[in-house]
Design a protein around this ligand. Structure first.
Ligand SMILES: Nc1ncnc2c1ncn2[C@@H]1O[C@H](COP(=O)(O)OP(=O)(O)OP(=O)(O)O)[C@@H](O)[C@H]1O
Ligand SMILES: [Mg+2]
Length: 259
């Protein structure tokens, strides 16, 4: 099923065509709170991600990684600065347009999976379409295909509590892919997984990037995970503190240690 059928949109473009720049953030700042207790989570971040890139974001705890990802994903609004995805500036969009953009263009994967405990794996995967008002049976077929894609065809009717952490995260990746988003944003997707499950999840993300053309931004503490990305961007105290392209785990570790 095409993304057009899923989202009920108008004349579609070929898969993953569009502007060469997938994400553009300009002078992005985010201040939480006011006065003496204000926290400058981001302090003027410029970031550009090209379509089809896989970029890792690394930085110490509190450096602003999740804040940046939330702003890029339109889950939160910046104090100042602008974000655009596929050249559409968020600040020019209405709430409805923003919701549609988020729904159709962005898939989220979170550290704590965020699956609904009372729903089966397949029901969790289908949920974004239900929320979008699409009750088409084709959506169920696609959810089944995606669960097979992440190696969980046999687990479709299991509840999250009956799945391992790695399996739950793969369900959440299938859910993120339901609407065939161009962009996948993952915040510490392996943060709660053992080494084997982490490796599976990372391999899956890399495949989605290389074979299926999803643009991926991955926040991670793990230099091994980050080195799978084509480019690693380092954050320190809410600012970009450099980047590394095509770095080995060792080089990424060294740069991270020096932050
Ligand atoms: N809702 C909030 N209200 C107040 N301060 C916040 C809020 N969210 C984040 N912060 C602060 O903003 C800063 C950046 O937080 P952020 O969650 O982006 O860090 P992070 O790099 O993702 O850290 P971690 O690696 O621990 O997840 C931190 O100092 C944090 O305490
Ligand atoms: Mg975080």
């Amino acid at each position: 099923m095409s993304p057009r059928e899923l989202s009920g949109g108008e004349e579609g473009q070929p898969k993953r065509s569009g502007p060469a720049v997938a994400i553009r953030a300009r002078r992005l700042s985010k201040v939480y709170g006011e006065g003496e207790t204000a926290v400058h989570a981001l302090a003027g971040v410029d970031l550009e991600v090209r379509r089809g890139e896989m970029v890792a974001i690394m930085g110490r705890s509190g450096s602003g990684k999740s804040t940046l990802l939330h702003l890029i994903g339109a889950l939160d609004t910046p104090t100042s600065g602008t974000v655009s995805i596929a050249r559409r500036r968020f600040d020019n969009l209405s709430d409805v347009e923003l919701t549609l953009l988020r729904r159709e263009k962005i898939g989220f994967v979170f550290q704590f999976f965020n699956l609904l405990p009372a729903l089966t794996a397949k029901e969790n995967v289908v949920l974004p379409a239900l929320i979008a008002g699409n009750r088409d049976r084709l959506v169920h077929d696609r959810a089944g295909e995606l669960l097979a894609r992440v190696g969980l065809a046999e687990r479709a009717d299991h509840l999250p509590a009956e799945l391992s952490g790695g399996e739950q995260q793969r369900v959440s990746i299938a859910r993120a892919l339901l609407m065939d988003p161009e962009l996948v944003l993952a915040d510490e997707p392996t943060g709660n997984l053992d080494t084997t499950s982490s490796a599976e999840v990372l391999r899956l993300l890399r495949e989605l990037n290389r074979k299926e053309g999803h643009t991926i931004v991955l926040v991670t503490h793990d230099p091994g995970a980050a080195s799978m990305a084509g480019r690693v961007v380092f954050l320190r105290d809410g600012r970009i503190a450099g980047e590394l392209s095509g770095g080995s785990t060792k080089r990424v570790s060294e740069r991270f240690a020096a932050l």
